[in-house]
Design a protein. Structure first.
Length: 185
């Protein structure tokens, strides 16, 4: 247990049985009454943001996460299999742990995996990935960089909006946080 006064951004704490990452905090000392700490906490499993106020000196439990680089191997039903690149141990992860980022996962991609008590609690994808276009509407004469967008399907099955000049077989760069097209790779 630590005092809430010693909390910092990026620290992981346990509230109830859930893990939360501290994204923002502010110590407040009003003129009257006791001091308190306002926080914004992000639930590691669900991604939900929680605004919570703690009394000063209130104890909270700090969670220690271990981070490893792992390689995504394959999908088997509702499980994704990852391999530790150091000892080649393979571990399954439920799809819900990764969330919507799963549509940008390519086999053999390296990701950062957070463990708490030897259990995978979060998978951090790279900010940008390069994906090949497998399906989209054909190009027409006059398609320009500034002229609108069209849907395209990538090799992972993700459907994203791309400029009109992008064609089947193009390699593009995609932002994994927003799912937006960045540029041709």
């Amino acid at each position: 247990m630590i005092s809430i006064n010693s909390v910092k951004n990026g620290m992981t704490i346990i509230i109830g049985k859930s893990l939360y990452s501290v994204t923002w905090f502010q110590h407040v000392k009003p003129g009257k009454g006791g001091a308190f700490v306002k926080t914004k906490l992000k639930n590691i499993k669900t991604g939900a943001v929680l605004d919570k106020t703690f009394r000063a000196e209130e104890p909270v439990e700090q969670a220690f996460l271990e981070q490893k680089t792992m390689e995504y191997l394959y999908q088997d039903g509702d499980l994704l299999w990852f391999m530790d690149t150091n000892d080649y141990e393979q571990m399954p992860v439920a799809k819900k742990v990764i969330g919507r980022g799963i549509k940008f996962m390519k086999e053999n991609a390296r990701v950062k995996v957070d463990f708490h008590e030897e259990k995978i609690v979060a998978v951090e994808l790279p900010l940008f990935v390069k994906l090949r276009i497998t399906e989209t509407a054909p190009n027409y004469k006059g398609d320009t960089v500034s002229g609108g967008n069209k849907p395209a399907t990538t090799e992972t099955g993700a459907v994203i909006q791309v400029p009109m000049f992008v064609k089947i077989g193009d390699l593009i760069k995609v932002d994994t946080r927003s799912g937006e097209y960045i540029q041709r790779a």
